[in-house]
Ligand binder design. Structure first.
Ligand code: PEP
Ligand code: MN
Length: 347
């Protein structure tokens, strides 16, 4: 159920509605918007009697939710969510770039890449401290030693640190040293991990599972939000199909499909989405062209020596060129949007 408050409702009216929701043992999720606040309700097993809310002061409408989603929807929040990470944003007017190596391998590697990432104007540095690998015999990440390097990078370059938490206990470390909790494709339906991230104050970057439908992916986001963390960023990274020319099939249609349903920001990862460096830039261009809020890209100072995902890593100069190109694409997209608004206004 969803309670839409009147534009004239006061903070006191919202608090009063929240108190009643809590008093009957349910959870209230107030979402302030540009014109009105809506309150999502979770925690009910069956139908909630709507009449008890209808006559409360400041209530405009009580809507029964018939879709499987409650908190990710545009019904609850018609404006896009802008996730703020300190002074950086994801989902705002600027494209967000999250770039870095697949894994933190050593200080020299991480610093060389971080310097290029900072120079490109990106605000987010990615890099696995723990790596979820298909084989137990391949490089598993530096683990705790990787954090020492990450902390130095954060301080030296002022970049926000995005790294994957493989399990609940690693969320504690991301909270201590990082800025954004990444939940990987393999963990998209690790419900205890989703709930733990939902209790965190840090934003959560939720990758699409490799065999997840849009609905499953969005319901995974609901798990995080239902715990009270509304700062979720969705990341399309491709799904497993019969195609053999790519590592995964990057489903760019998910970007407009999400836009139609959800207020959450969505970014595209053309690196894991293709698995081949030569395809990363074309698919990054396409991701921005379909309206993604940003990109996650793997970069390495010596791709040929990378300990994981070597085939998809861009060189530092390829990465710099990609950023210039997609910025130009974004600029022309904004111009199209402006032109069509002007045309509509003049007809
Ligand atoms: C990653 O981004 O490092 C990663 C492992 O990606 P995914 O979870 O999408 O496979
Ligand atoms: Mn990788």
């Amino acid at each position: 159920m969803l309670i839409v408050m009147k534009p004239s409702a006061t903070a006191h009216d919202v608090d009063a509605a929240v108190e009643i929701i809590q008093a009957i043992g349910l959870r209230a999720h107030p979402m302030p918007g540009a014109t009105r606040t809506a309150i999502g309700i979770t925690g009910n097993q069956g139908v909630i009697e709507s009449r008890r809310f209808e006559d409360l002061p400041g209530v405009a409408e009580v809507i029964r939710v018939t879709k499987p989603y409650k908190l990710i929807t545009l019904d609850l929040r018609p404006e896009k969510t802008i996730v703020r990470v300190g002074d950086a944003t994801i989902g705002g007017s600027d494209l967000a770039f999250i770039a870095g190596p697949c894994a933190i391998e050593n200080r020299d590697q991480a610093f060389a890449v971080a310097e290029a990432v900072q120079k490109s104007g990106a605000r987010f540095f990615r890099g696995g401290v723990w790596k979820p690998r298909t084989s137990p015999y391949t490089f598993q990440g530096l683990g705790d030693k990787g954090w020492e390097i990450m902390v130095e990078i954060r301080e030296t370059f002022g970049l926000k640190i995005v790294t994957e938490a493989l399990d609940e206990s690693s969320v504690d470390l991301v909270e201590q040293y990082g800025d954004v909790i990444q939940i990987g494709a393999r963990n998209m339906q690790n419900f205890s991990l989703l709930k733990r991230a939902g209790r965190s104050k840090l934003p959560v970057l939720l990758k699409r599972g490799m065999a997840a439908t849009l609905e499953e992916w969005l319901l995974a986001a609901e798990y995080i939000m239902a715990e009270g963390n509304y700062n979720v960023i969705l990341c399309e990274r491709g799904v497993r199909t019969f195609a053999q020319h790519t590592r995964n099939t990057l489903d760019l249609a998910s970007v407009p499909a999400i836009r139609r349903i959800s207020h959450l920001p969505v970014i595209v990862d053309p690196s894991h989405g293709t698995g081949s460096a030569y395809m990363v830039t074309p698919l990054a261009r396409a991701g921005v062209a379909v309206g993604a809020d940003g990109l996650m890209v793997e970069v390495h100072n010596h791709p040929e020596l990378a300990l994981s995902d070597a085939a998809q890593a861009l060189t530092l100069s390829e990465y710099a060129e990609l950023i210039n190109e997609v910025r130009a694409i974004r600029k022309s997209l904004l111009r199209f949007a402006d032109d069509s608004r002007t045309e509509k206004a003049s007809t």
